[in-house]
Design a protein around this ligand. Structure first.
Ligand SMILES: Cc1cc2nc3c(=O)[nH]c(=O)nc-3n(C[C@H](O)[C@H](O)[C@H](O)COP(=O)(O)OP(=O)(O)OC[C@H]3O[C@@H](n4cnc5c(N)ncnc54)[C@H](O)[C@@H]3O)c2cc1C
Length: 361
């Protein structure tokens, strides 16, 4: 078994918003090991801008080792967990005193930052050389991507097909309406209540047929569906009976997995219903506080409780305009865009990681 040290060992599985920040919080209090399927952290709300401007990814893809100066990083998916260790796909076992599961959503992105940068360049090239683009899926990724392409390449024909009756169904109807209006004003054709069968294009002629019988011509297409939770790997492990019917880990108020003293879970994978990224940060802060307390031998009654709170969700629609939903209202246009769309909170994310806003070469 690897990782035997004099300090207590904390293993964090998943280096997304929640896990990355938790590992950073704890790196000087324990022997911290971050196990992530990728070598880098990717700012999730900045995923679409690099598809039209590949250079943007230089700041939004952050190598884990850049913010974890005092922790170890293993880039390999975790496949098994027992009462004392985590096993990775490469067949290595890592012992823990405290374990944090933060595997969020399934991730098929390349393992290395270099490969991910290359992928963005390829996507950028694909969009640049096409005169028509089909986007399938009107959730936040599909809507943001349509906005990015429509603004940066106004001469291209963009069609967005969504199987629901409104865009951005995770937000309120007002946000959906505002996003729809904005996309249509930028000449994006939005087709609701229909899906696209990707096999409907014959001989690769770039003509797709929707379930409503509409033909859509497109030189390239992007499928922007939601990603399932990454919890299937926990089935057939000691955490199997801690998963609810949606595949979420059931946690107590202090973010420990129900009935376990030394296993925490944070981020999208838990059964607390607020799934927003800004709350994943709060989960990380509460879990870090509690693990620090336990590491120091503090009393169980002193464990902090996570209080679900309202969150902010923004969807940028190109470089200048955004729809922002607060708990009390929804706003859209250039003013919210000023705060969100230009930089997509990358500076803020980098600051959370203790990094400069810009890369200093
Ligand atoms: C386009 C877009 C826009 C968004 N906008 C907003 C917004 O405006 N406001 C907001 O609050 N939220 C927003 N979100 C949601 C937010 O990004 C998520 O809530 C957040 O990413 C959840 O963080 P997480 O750390 O739980 O999971 P994730 O970010 O999904 O990270 C999970 C990590 O675990 C890794 N992993 C998965 N399985 C394994 C495994 N078996 N072994 C090892 N590693 C594994 C993955 O590689 C990944 O690094 C947005 C999301 C997207 C995609």
């Amino acid at each position: 078994m690897e990782g035997e040290q004099s300090h207590r060992r904390v293993v964090v599985v998943g280096g997304g918003l929640a896990g990355a920040l938790l590992a950073k919080h704890l790196q000087f209090d324990a022997d911290v090991l971050l196990i992530d399927s990728k070598e880098y952290f990717e700012v999730p709300w900045a995923r679409c801008r690099p598809m039209v401007d590949a250079s943007f990814a230089e700041r939004s893809l952050i190598q884990h080792t850049d913010y974890l100066s005092n922790a170890r990083v293993i880039s390999s998916p975790a496949i098994e967990v027992s009462q004392s260790e985590v096993l990775t796909a490469e067949g290595r076992a890592f012992g823990y005193d405290y374990l944090v599961i933060a595997t969020g959503h399934e991730d098929s992105r390349p393992r290395s930052r270099k490969e991910r940068l290359h992928q963005f360049e390829q996507e950028n090239e694909k969009i640049r050389t096409s005169s028509s683009v089909l986007i399938i899926g009107g959730g936040r990724t599909g809507v943001q991507l349509a906005g990015e392409i429509a603004v940066d390449y106004p001469e291209k024909k963009v069609t967005l097909v969504h199987e629901g009756s409104r865009l951005l169904q995770f937000l309120g109807p007002k946000a959906s309406e505002k996003a729809l209006k904005r996309l249509r004003s930028k000449l994006v054709e939005v087709l609701l209540d229909q899906s696209v069968n990707l096999n409907s294009t014959t001989n690769g002629d770039g003509v797709f047929t929707t379930s409503a019988g509409r033909s859509v011509s497109a030189d390239c297409h992007f499928v922007c569906g939601g990603r399932p939770l990454s919890s299937s790997w926990l089935k057939q492990t000691m955490l199997e009976d801690k998963l609810d019917r949606f595949g979420r880990l059931m946690v107590e108020g202090n973010l420990r997995v129900r009935g376990l003293k030394n296993v925490f879970a944070i981020g999208s994978i838990i059964d607390i219903t607020d799934k927003q990224g800004c709350l994943a940060y709060k989960h990380a802060a509460v879990a870090a506080k509690n693990i620090k307390l336990l590491l120091k031998g503090g009393k169980e009654e002193k464990l902090a409780l996570y209080k679900p709170s309202s969150s902010l969700a923004f969807v940028s629609l190109g470089r200048k305009v955004a729809v922002v939903q607060f708990s009390f209202t929804t706003v859209s246009g250039h003013i919210p865009g000023l705060f969100t769309s230009k930089d997509l909170f990358v500076k803020w994310n980098r600051k959370q990681m203790g990094l400069e806003a810009h890369i200093i070469s």
